[in-house]
Design a protein around this ligand. Structure first.
Ligand code: ATP
Ligand code: ZN
Length: 224
């Protein structure tokens, strides 16, 4: 692949992380103009461009070298890492937690179920979009359960009878209550992170990344 001289960061095109990510980069002194095809935001001053994609594609794009970095939820990053374990994939690193997009990946059961611990899930079916993270948690707790992988609307699976419990992202818990579910286990505390390969490119992009990390640290510290 042709090497780039500009740092390329993938971020969510449209969703929960889009505005706060742009806001953070603006605070780091970066400004952008949109490409005609709306795929890129080109940096106006510094050599940093943003690639606008679905959040689920971000870790793969970094692993393939299509971009140098990505702004993505820890949930998506860690699920990708688990799904590529044992494959010959570029290992990915969490360079910085970014302090927005906070949520947790939790197990929830129907409100009427007496839940006394992980063993209650033995032999049950759990619906999730995160089979890797759920599978790891089940192994850690020596629980054998069926994992039903769904792309979305996981919270309605118990009502439909396709699962006994769910493992999904929770922010306020409002969606769980609306679906008569109760949160019982937290598998992962998540927030948006700056993800990238383990080592920086040794060229102008590496220099720009170092500068960006310094600015991020300043901006994040001020905000905390
Ligand atoms: P895309 O179209 O890019 O695939 P999406 O629907 O998968 O979008 P969003 O719902 O915008 O994604 O969520 C993006 C990220 O926001 C999640 O991966 C997660 O890290 C974070 N997040 C924070 N709170 C929540 C929540 N309550 N539900 C879902 N995601 C949340
Ligand atoms: Zn997504």
């Amino acid at each position: 692949m042709k090497t780039r001289d500009r740092l390329r960061i993938a971020m969510q095109k449209s969703g929960r992380l889009t505005e706060p990510a742009l806001d953070l980069l603006n605070r780091c002194g970066l400004s952008f103009r949109q490409s005609r095809d709306k795929l890129f935001l080109f940096g106006e001053g510094e050599p940093v461009d943003l690639l606008l994609v679905r959040d689920d594609d971000i870790p793969g794009l970094i692993a393939q070298g299509v971009c140098d970095l990505g702004i993505v939820g820890r949930n998506v990053l860690n699920e990708f890492k688990l799904s590529t374990t044992g494959l010959e994939a570029e290992p990915l690193n969490e360079w910085r937690p970014l302090g927005f997009g906070r949520c947790r990946l939790s197990i929830a059961v129907p409100q009427e179920l007496d839940y006394e611990g992980p063993q209650h899930l033995e032999g049950r079916r759990i619906a999730t979009s995160y089979p890797g993270l759920l599978g790891e948690w089940l192994r850690t707790h020596a629980v054998k359960a069926g994992v039903v992988t769904l792309a979305g609307s996981v919270e309605i699976a118990p009502k439909l009878g396709t699962a006994d419990a769910i493992c999904d992202l929770v922010q306020s818990g409002g969606t769980l209550v609306a679906n008569q579910l109760r949160e019982t286990e937290v598998l992962l505390e998540s927030e948006a992170v700056l993800a990238g390969p383990l080592t920086l490119p040794v060229d102008e992009r590496g220099d720009m990344l170092e500068l960006l990390l310094k600015r991020l640290d300043g901006v994040i510290q001020v905000r905390e």
